[in-house]
Design a protein around this ligand. Structure first.
Ligand code: ATP
Ligand code: MG
Length: 634
């Protein structure tokens, strides 16, 4: 048995011993009584009775050894600013923020909603909350008032922390009007709103409610706010899923399990070492931002880069210049970002000294082979896919580098990560599929490992009903993703269960059709959805973005291209998978985190209501599809 197979086996079969050891990676104020209380499945309580604090483990714990070392490196190409905080400086700033929050009445268990651009004060606010036992709820700064209002309603924050404005592509985007509008829409009203004034947009204050950060910070310059020890099961935060498949779900995370699960992942998956620099290009509004901009790197004693700006401004080399400057060893991004870079000059990948960098990790959506190949050749570094969800907080499938000698396989995020009892289930019968190369729903047998979601915030029933199925004697969590496992134990994700279409009795994954179409040399990106069809039940419809769009509008050329693409699908998958139409657009509708909103495309194609679109990025993208569909019908 390989090292990893044995390591993995122990994590499942000797679960409590395994995690008791891993839990030593963090400081405990009081050791736990029990390792895992799974007496009320599917609710798992990890380390009940143990007391710890997330901020202590991310900041205070490092002061003895690395007070002067870099902790938070903030770079904004939006405002041309760069600030570096050592662990000691971060400690001071977090205490100031904690003191200010306390002065506004925030206590243990209260919620604080953080609606912020990527500025250091956002990190201070997150860390300050968990320092005093308050529960943060970060809402992505790119969301408008509707999305914000529903999250205010759900989290019922005592205080909201925000700023005058964010900035995108050098253009200020005022937050305050959106925030005021959202508070007006919500039946819950925060007692106070704490505002960082960046001098980017007007900041009218509501008397008695709104407070400015800078003068309050001055008042608490020397604040000393001790960490509040909380139970390991005390919620540290709530965070909403991306809303790709429906109304976002409020994921509730614990404290203790999360802290050491992240600490372990830094060693076994990302191989980041104390004193090094970690660079995740995500946003604090997403789970990757929580786990791998803020908590994971800091808990591991690493410096973390927080980047405000576009990946292509001032040019497509900006990220690599930061790798050189701060000697980044571990980098984390998303395929969607790499596809943006792919449209830039590839010479930019070679312009900087990247010798410090060991690997680039990508997650969040399927990593297609052309993108992986392009970036891997360009950087000359390992590109490592990993698969997980907002719900889990850290990877489900990965190559566990610290323990696994296996190499990544293109197209596969790897094998089940220790602690995750991953199964493939037949979607009809729920039976476990044990053979190689069988397609099923990726599921996790309970209990979920430490650090995963505890429940849906204030909605235990939704947690149970949405995610869990009972199979005799046990409960399994569904990821709602299709997968297969090859004979070597590597998993391949084949798309979401609701992205499956049924053409004349044949069940087809839209992902497979997309992969085939993406193989056409002129296709940059493509989305395939199933559309109701009187004859066949459903047919596939494809919407493609072209690399060279000069033929757009030339009907003959478009038809020729459509024919070529259909031939390609015929050859790869067979005529049954051939899309009924391939239409061309300049951009696909996506969530703000870069995921293609197939359900919205499908709704438009079927002339249905598009549902919750609060997380959509660019409404014009969906409009293009609407226009195409309407011209076809008229
Ligand atoms: P919602 O749950 O609200 O519909 P979402 O599922 O997009 O939104 P996230 O938690 O941000 O919300 O995304 C997790 C999903 O992203 C996974 O379930 C999977 O579909 C996809 N995903 C993440 N990483 C990968 C990966 N490496 N390969 C393929 N798919 C991935
Ligand atoms: Mg999801």
């Amino acid at each position: 048995m390989s090292n990893y197979a044995e390591f993995y086996r122990r994590s499942i079969e000797e679960r409590d011993v395994f995690w008791a050891e891993e839990a030593r990676r963090i400081d405990w104020h009081r050791p736990p009584d029990v390792i895992c209380d799974y007496s009320n499945p599917p609710f798992a309580r990890w380390f009940p009775g143990g007391q710890t604090n997330l901020c202590h483990n991310a900041v205070d714990r490092h002061l003895a050894q690395r007070a002067g070392q870099n902790a938070l490196i903030w770079v904004s190409t939006e405002t041309d600013q760069e600030r570096v905080y050592s662990f000691a400086e971060l400690h001071a700033e977090v205490q100031r923020m904690a003191a200010v929050l306390q002065s506004l009445g925030v206590q243990k268990g209260d919620r604080v909603l953080i609606y912020m651009p990527m500025i250091p004060e956002a990190a201070f606010a997150m860390l300050a909350c968990v320092r005093i036992g308050a529960i943060h709820s970060v809402v992505f700064g790119g969301f408008a008032s509707g999305a914000l209002a529903s999250r205010i309603e759900d989290a019922e924050p005592r205080v909201i922390v925000s700023a005058d404005a964010g900035s995108r592509g050098g253009k200020a985007i005022a937050y305050k009007p959106l925030l005021d509008e959202a508070i007006a829409q919500s039946t819950h009203k925060p007692e106070s709103v704490l505002l960082v004034d960046r001098g980017l947009a007007p900041l009218p204050l509501v008397e008695g409610r709104d407070r400015l950060w800078a003068p309050l910070r001055e008042q608490h310059l020397h604040a000393q706010v001790p960490c509040v020890w909380v139970d390991a099961t005390h919620p540290s935060y709530t965070l909403y899923t991306s809303g790709t498949t429906g109304k976002p779900k409020g994921v509730q995370r614990d404290t203790g399990g999360y802290a050491f699960a992240l600490a372990a992942s830094m060693e076994y998956i990302y191989c980041g070492k104390p004193g090094e620099t970690y660079f995740s290009t995500s946003d604090i509004g997403w789970v990757v931002g929580h786990s791998y901009i803020i908590y994971g790197p800091l808990i591991a004693g690493m410096a973390t880069i927080m980047y405000e700006g576009l990946p292509i401004r001032p040019d497509g080399g900006i990220w690599w210049s930061l790798v050189e400057k701060y000697k980044v060893t571990v980098m984390f991004s998303a395929p969607t970002a790499i596809r943006v870079l792919k449209k830039q000059d590839p010479a930019l990948l070679k312009k900087y000294d990247l010798s410090s960098l060991r690997a680039l990790f990508l997650a969040g959506e399927p990593l297609d082979e052309p993108t992986a190949q392009w970036i891997s050749e360009g950087l000359g570094k390992p590109i490592i896919d990993n698969y997980w969800q907002t719900e889990t907080g850290w990877p489900i499938l990965a190559i566990c580098k610290g323990v696994d000698e296996a190499a990544p396989k293109f197209g596969s995020p790897g094998k089940p990560v220790y602690g995750y009892n991953v199964k493939l289930l037949d979607d009809q019968t729920g039976a476990e599929l044990t053979g190689a190369n069988q397609k099923g729903v990726v599921a996790i047998e309970g209990p979920l490992p430490p650090g995963c979601m505890q429940t849906v915030w204030r909605d235990d029933a939704r947690f149970v009903n949405t995610y869990w199925k009972s199979v005799p004697g046990r409960m399994v969590y569904s990821t709602f993703d299709w997968g297969i496992r090859d004979e070597d134990g590597y998993y391949f994700i084949l798309g979401r269960t609701d992205d499956v279409i049924n053409v004349a009795g044949h069940r087809l994954g839209t992902r497979e059709i997309e992969e085939s179409i993406a193989g056409h040399p002129n296709v940059a990106e493509v989305a395939v959805v199933g559309v109701a069809d009187a004859l066949k039940g459903q047919v596939a419809m494809a919407f493609a973005v072209l690399k060279d769009a000069s033929c757009l509008g030339d009907t003959q050329a478009e038809l020729r291209l459509e024919g070529e693409i259909m031939k390609l699908v015929d050859r790869d998958l067979g005529a049954v998978a051939r899309p009924a139409r391939v239409r061309f657009v300049t951009v696909l509708p996506k969530t703000r985190s870069g995921k293609v909103l197939r359900r919205a495309i499908q709704a438009v194609c079927e002339s249905r209501d598009t549902g919750d679109l609060t997380t959509m990025d660019d409404p014009a993208a969906l409009q293009q599809i609407r226009d195409l569909v309407q011209t076809k019908n008229s």
